[in-house]
Each structure stands twice: as structure tokens, then as C-alpha cells.
Design a protein around this ligand. Sequence first.
Ligand SMILES: Cc1ncc(COP(=O)(O)O)c(C=O)c1O
Length: 482
Amino acid sequence: MAAATDQNDSRSTNPTASTTAANAPAPAQPAPPEGGESELQRNAKRHLWMHFTRMGSYAHAEVPVIVRGEGCYVYDEHGKRYLDGLSALYCVNIGHGRAEIAEAAARQARELGFYTNWSYAHPRAIELAARVAELAPGSLNRVFFTSGGSEAVESAWKLAKAYHASRGESTRHKLISRKLAYHGTSMGALTATGLTPLRTPFEPLTPGGVHVPNTNSYRWDEDRDPLWAADAIEEAISFAGPETVAAVILEPVQNGGGCFVPQDGYFQRVREICDRHGVLLISDEVICSWGRLGHWFGSERYGYEPDIITTAKGIRSAYAPLGAMIADDRIAEPFLHGKAIFNHGFTFGGHPVACAIALANIDVLKHEGALRAMLEGLRDLPIVGDVRGAGYFQAIELVSDQETKGTFNDEESEELLRGFLSGELYRRGLICRTDDRGDPIVQLSPPLIAGPEQFEEIEAVLRPVLAEASERVERWSSLSRA
Ligand SMILES: Cc1ncc(COP(=O)(O)O)c(C=O)c1O
């Protein structure tokens, strides 16, 4: 087995398959049924360009077509039911098929299907901005709507630059983010993204991206200073030249690499560092807000106040696209007087139907959690290395050896994740994410309405599949020893 890798190694054997939303893994997908493919299948294969997907995988296998959702479950075109253990990519916090959301959307479409926020306002955007400001921490009171997460990240970086420029510091343009972190795919957001295989095909990116270590402590030496990753941000700022740095962007719990939680005091240290150097702190809560970590905003869970929050996904449980950048009053202030302007916008930012949905969504959001205990219970399986995360956002890191925290090489990882795990989990009716952009993980992020019944169901799939994976790994080890 491969030796342990550095936690910040952003090697990724295959960014496309590993970032497939439902991890629909071609090799293990069912073959087309007798009697030929449905029209949906034919058209999916002929015309639909799926995101982050190895399209060739479906040459001899079915595209997983999800046609309907209800609560924690979704159904494919054959009527098979799956537990949506990923909330449709961390989005559907209140569960699928909620009639009250559909009704709010229909009401709004009848009343005002669309108007823009460019120089105009409409009631739902105003009401939602006020609601978001009321729930957001501290003095983050100014809400700029976008269509999704990448646009929110773009907006935050641009606002940071514009804010500094308004104060005569126009050399501040750099953005510091963490290795393995995912912040989106548009060119600015991609610059923040710390996943080498997603970046290199599109270089040169936006100038000014700087990457620092993340907080994955699983393989840190025991005597390592727990706040060294926070201090690495200060080193990066000093090295770059503080007068050139606009902002640091961090997720409360980092998704890329598998639910990296912060060390105690990490965000407090980062806040001090940012303040010391006049750098803004952006909390990218595209996943980690709207109850995902048990709070409205992930920054509340870890007790820090950012200058800007970016959010999307759970704000409207993805019944329509919407994102937001929430700015502290101090950051918005320079743009509120005279001829000043933040020269930036998106046609659909704050779409009235999406805002109506978000308002209805916030009404039904609840906070509860007990997923972790079930996952901790899987530690008796030799392949389960680390179990980490917060709230309804958890990951299991897979290892070749629990004792040595042994990692897998690219070939083993490919075989394990795409050759077995993702297909088998899906076949048994569980949608979750298997990912090897860092070390291989299985990630769960179910709707927040999931409870003991669903956790039992998840365990009933995960346990035998991970047990079988452990046996496969054991067989590889004995072969390599032979
Ligand atoms: C933390 C974070 N930021 C930004 C994004 C990009 O969001 P979108 O895909 O809506 O553009 C994502 C998407 O998963 C994300 O997880």
C-alpha cells in the first residue's frame, strides 16, 4: 500500500468522476434493460452534457435518471427508491417534494414571474434580504443576491477588491484559500479552488490566488501545534505582502478532501491575523449554512464573525437556483453614498420565484442531528480511518490500514471507489459521495429532516458495503505480500 501522503497533497486521480454529483459510477451501473433503452436514456446519452462527468462511462451503462423526490428519498425512472444521503449535492435541506415550496413558487410566478434587481427591487428580494440579515451574525446586514455559489464567491472577491480600492488601497487584490478546498468553477472562484486537476486545464486563471494548508489533522504528528494551519495564513500574507492581499476565503467545515473541521481556536486566530493585516475574512458557507451544521450559519457554530458570507444551496433547498453574498455594514458602507457604485451584477440574482422559495424554505427549516454516532459505530471496520465533520455534513476517510493510517495509490483508489464502492452503494439504494480528490472518502450530507429511521437505513447499506471493501483491501494486501 502507498505510504501516507501529506494532508495537503492535492493529487487527484480523476477530478471528473470523483466530483460527479450522485457519483453515478459507470462501471457498476446497470446495463440497459432487455428491450432497449428508454427515450429518456437515449436523449440523455445523445444530448445532455452532464457536469463533472465521464460521459464515456455511459456508453454501455444506464445514466442514473432521478425522476421524483419525496422527503429523504428520490426515485429513478424504473421506480427504484434511493435514500438521498447527499441532499442532492448538499442542497435539499428540507427534503424533496415539499408542497408548500411548490405552492410558494407557483403563487410568486403568478404574481410576478421575474423582475431584476438592477436598479429595481421587488417585494420578495426585499423581504428575503431582511430575513437573511436578521439571521446572519453580527452586523452582516447587506445582502447581494446571485444565482448560485460560484457567483457568490466571485462577488465576494470583487467586493473585497472594490472595498479596499474605495479606501485608497487598490493594490490589495490577492485572495488566500486552502488546498483541496472547492469554491466553484467560474474563473475567479476557480482561482480560489485548491484542487489542482480542476485548475490546471484552465490556466492561466485570475491572477492573485494564493493557497495555504487546510485543517485536516488526521495525519498530523501528535506534537504539532494545533493552530499551525491558522499561522500558515499569516506567513502567506507576510510573504505575499500584506498591502497586496484583499481577503482570505475559508469554509467553516471544508468540503474538498472530506469534511475537514477547524481546530479549536482556528477561526479566532485567523480573525486576529486578518485584522492585524487589514485583510477581509470571507466565510464560504455555500454548504455550511441554513442548518447544515446545526446553526443558521456555520460561522456561528465556530464562534467567529466574518466580513462577508457567501451562501447558496440550502438557502432555498435548491427548489430554484439562488445564492447570496452577505456583507458587513462596514464593507457595504463605501458603496452607499453619492456616485459610488459596486459595478457588478447578474440578471437572475434575486429572482422573485427563487426568493419566494427561499422565504418558504427558511420557514420550514429545523435543526436536529444524530448522524455522527451511527458513523462512529462503523469504526470497527478495518477500512474506516477517520470519521469527521459536523452536523449533517460528515465524511469517513478510507484507509488501507487503521493502525498506520495507510493510504491508497491512484490505481487502488480508482478500483475501490469507482470499481466498487460508488456503484455498490447506489445499487443498494444509497446516494452519497465517494471522492478521492484528497484521500478516498465516503461523504454524507442527508436532508435535515432525516432521523433515526434513515440513519439505520444508511448503516444497513454502509456496513456490509464497507465490510466487503475491507475484505477486498485485505486481499490486495495479501497479494502484494505474496
Ligand atoms: C463551498 C462552495 N463554494 C462555492 C461553490 C460553488 O457553487 P455553485 O456550484 O452553486 O456555483 C460550492 C459548490 O459546491 C461550494 O461547495
